[in-house]
Ligand binder design. Structure first.
Ligand SMILES: [Zn+2]
Length: 162
């Protein structure tokens, strides 16, 4: 059992963070952006960095190789809608990343480059350094601001997925 502290101050106690998050609603967690029968899109639950969006599966699977045909059919439109929503919210450059060894529940990161990250360079080395700095609190933003961006992303995504 892991205890996860959300940036909003709430705590989650769960054997699998992905399964716990997959059932959160906007009422449970205001960083919830879009929920379909197949995917849960949300602001990263631990990091108060606006626009740091996670797409996770509703089912407990590890890899895109485990997706059903229905999940595959919904994955592309969900990813593109999330990426377009980030553009609308002003994020020009987004790193899209999935790591099968950091957790055993599929989750894809859309990590937006913030202006303060420019000095860190580009590419995977920039992403690694930005994440390291974010984990130590660099660039942390007010939870109310992060939630406001998530609500904006939610409205944009609904429009793209209509
Ligand atoms: Zn899971």
């Amino acid at each position: 059992m892991r205890v996860i502290r959300l940036f909003t101050g709430h705590e989650l106690r769960t054997a699998c963070i992905g399964c716990a998050v997959a059932n959160l609603t906007e009422t449970d967690y205001p960083g919830t952006i879009h929920v379909s029968p197949f995917f849960h899109v949300h602001q990263d639950i631990e990091t108060a960095l606006a626009g740091f969006v996670i797409i996770s599966t509703r089912r407990h699977v590890t890899s895109i190789a485990d997706f059903t045909m229905q999940e595959l059919q919904h994955f592309g439109p969900t990813l593109v809608a999330a990426r377009k929503a980030l553009s609308e919210a002003g994020f020009e450059t987004v790193y899209i990343f999935q790591n099968e060894d950091s957790a055993d529940h599929f989750h894809l990161w859309l990590f937006p480059a913030h202006p303060w990250m420019k000095e860190l360079g580009k590419g995977p080395a920039m992403l690694a350094e930005a994440l390291r700095q974010v984990k130590t609190g660099k660039g942390a933003q007010q939870p109310s601001h992060v939630v406001a961006i998530a609500r904006r992303l939610s409205l944009s995504m609904e429009r793209y997925l209509d």
